[in-house]
Design a binder for this molecule. Structure first.
Ligand code: UDP
Length: 314
């Protein structure tokens, strides 16, 4: 299918007021789809979709993905979850259940589903760059397990509904993504928005552990492009979407400080429990089946993100 297929299609996105969900909603609207964004605002924020309100074809529904009526859509995108480690450590029960129950509701409808899975299905991978064929190195009973195993169970649910009921599923293993509208407020903040805010305010930049752990960060526009291509593809198995530009968290902190023109000190805090040491996807499959790879280098995406945060916080 090509992008023209999306014109006039009805698409529901759970987690539609979240960072990634709201960017995807915007792109799909731009491609002519009708989008219903569902969010219980547990971690999503209404400000993320305020600019879409009143736009033809867009509707926001404040509801839980597990309870919403999902019948009659051409595509159901399941993005609702509690994605921030800082937060899922505090709300493990909701973390374990929110992802699976919303997804179950969508899969039961029998309609096409795009599931936003995660690089966390690999846990602390022993094979890097990590291909889709790697089964993961995950602690099933530990502080990160409600999130990691929740995401893994989601993939199993997709498999089960596809094998037994012929439901058409697409599975994106989404790696660290950043850009405008990420939540920078204390409790939920991921590394990039938190470091940017700390740098802009001249506060210490908080690095967990010695900062030698790595991540590979993808700018949100690139990620959204990958997600749309996956929606339109006929590839039913999991696909890694992420960047190959691997950086240590200490390098990231220094780069953000430099680009923000800040003189914040870097402060080392105790390591985060079960924090993966390295993360970098093998994206050969995405290249082959989606013709996709990220286009925006980290420094360029960081510059744009820093500018957005400057404007947003005044
Ligand atoms: N991190 C950090 N300081 C912070 C927030 C995060 O050093 O204030 C580290 C975190 O321990 C991890 C990396 O940055 O090693 C990426 O964290 P993030 O929460 O952005 O994503 P995830 O852990 O899900 O990859």
């Amino acid at each position: 299918m090509d992008a023209s297929w999306l014109r006039g299609r009805r698409i529901m996105i759970s987690g539609g007021a979240g960072f990634l969900g709201s960017h995807l909603a915007e792109r799909l609207l731009g491609l002519g789809a009708e989008v219903v964004a569902v969010d219980n605002l547990s971690t999503g924020r209404i400000e993320n979709v305020e600019h879409l309100m009143g736009r033809p074809g867009f509707r926001f529904v404040e509801a839980d993905a597990a309870e919403v009526d999902a019948s009659g859509y051409d595509y159901l995108v399941h993005g609702a979850s509690i994605p921030s480690p800082d937060d899922y450590l505090r709300r493990p029960v909701e973390t374990a259940l929110s992802n699976a129950l919303g997804l179950l509701n969508f899969l039961r409808s029998g309609r096409r589903v795009l599931y936003m899975s995660s690089s966390e299905v690999y846990g602390d991978p022993q094979v890097v760059p990590t291909p889709e064929s790697y089964w993961g190195n995950v602690n099933p009973f530990g502080p990160r397990s409600p999130y990691d195993e929740g995401k893994r169970f989601g993939e199993a649910l997709c498999y089960a509904f596809s094998a037994e009921r012929g439901v058409s599923v697409r599975i994106a293993r989404i790696h660290n993504t950043y850009g405008p509208r990420m939540d920078a407020s204390g409790r939920y903040a991921r590394a990039i928005p938190r470091f940017i805010m700390q740098a802009l305010r001249g506060e210490p930049i908080t690095v967990y552990g010695d900062g030698s752990q790595t991540r590979s960060f993808t700018y949100v526009d690139d990620m959204v492009e990958g997600l749309v291509r996956l929606m339109l593809s006929d590839h039913g198995g999991p696909v890694n979407l992420g960047s190959e530009e691997e950086v240590t968290i200490l390098e990231l902190a220094r780069t953000i400080r430099e680009l923000a023109g800040s003189s914040s000190e870097i402060k080392f805090l105790p390591p985060f429990p079960d924090d993966p040491r390295r993360r970098r996807p093998d994206i050969s499959l995405a290249r082959r089946v989606l013709g996709w790879e990220p286009r925006i280098p980290l420094r360029e995406g960081l510059r744009a993100t820093i500018e957005w945060f400057r404007g947003a916080v005044g």
